[in-house]
Design a protein around this ligand. Structure first.
Ligand SMILES: [Zn+2]
Ligand SMILES: [Zn+2]
Length: 264
């Protein structure tokens, strides 16, 4: 990948996984990593991994769909987590297929790949994710490109002058937007965060007693896996993920918080 021009802050901003926190005049300032591309190397890797995992999350969403015959996901024990709402799960599954397919079309046009014919949605999603994960650099380097996004009317109203169609009875609008590479990355990471948030409802998870550094809310969860608790955590409110060094820092803060609580 050729490198041009000046280094700039990673487009993930205060969500950057390679961010540094500096103390200036007693104030904590978060600095995203500097990069020649839209995302720093660590976020680029994170995005590629996230895209590759989307098809599996789609399958898990399908399995989590509350069934009308009462045959939904099995939850056992007294600490049964609440079930997600069917409409939320279906809306997310539709958004995943739509957003991923739209970026696959753009990448196919830019990279000169053959367009594929109609397929079943789950299959289309995994093929599209494979194509995107293989072209993450081309995706992140995209100039603004016209795309259509479906959103609730309230969200569409916030965009102001954007053009599109309004479906008042459905409460939705189809809005024409111009989105580039960093927007594509943000959209895909946000889809994965919504999946985790909904799927998290079907699993046992611990709420950590420290605020999320990105949004400030106490909403960081650690999920249970088949063999214990996961060595990472995520914010259920803004989707921030805590892995690697960020996770170790979070563990230390949680530990200090616990010590302070016991001392008081
Ligand atoms: Zn970054
Ligand atoms: Zn947060």
């Amino acid at each position: 990948m050729p490198v041009h021009g000046e280094m700039r802050p990673c487009a993930r901003g205060h969500h950057c996984s390679d961010r540094q926190v500096v103390i200036d005049n007693g104030e904590r300032i978060t600095q995203p990593a500097l990069t020649y591309r839209a995302y720093c190397d660590r976020d680029r890797e994170h995005l590629a991994r996230t895209i590759s995992r989307l098809p599996q999350q789609y399958v898990e969403l399908y399995q989590a769909l509350p069934r009308s015959n009462g045959d939904g996901p099995k939850v056992s024990g007294s600490k049964a987590p609440p079930l997600p709402l069917r409409a939320d799960v279906e809306a997310l599954m539709r958004d995943m297929v739509h957003v991923v397919a739209s970026w696959q079309k753009v990448i196919a046009a830019v990279a000169g790949l053959a367009e594929s014919g109609p397929k079943r949605q789950g299959r289309a999603l995994s093929d599209a994710c494979r194509a995107l994960a293989a072209h993450v650099d081309a995706l992140l380097a995209l100039d603004p490109w016209p795309v259509v996004r479906y959103m609730p009317l309230a969200d569409a109203a916030k965009l102001g002058a954007a053009s599109g169609f309004v479906f008042p009875h459905a409460g939705y609008a189809a809005v024409n937007l111009e989105l580039g590479g960093a927007d594509a990355g943000d959209e895909l990471l946000y889809l994965a965060a919504r999946c985790r948030s909904i799927l998290g409802l079907t699993r046992r998870r611990d709420l950590l007693p420290v605020p999320c550094h990105a949004c400030g809310y106490v909403a960081i969860y650690r999920e249970e896996t088949a063999d214990g608790m996961q060595d990472e955590a995520y914010c259920g409110r803004c989707g921030e993920t805590y892995t690697g060094a960020q996770w170790r820092l979070l563990q230390r803060l949680t530990y200090e918080e616990e010590l302070a609580r016991q001392a008081s």
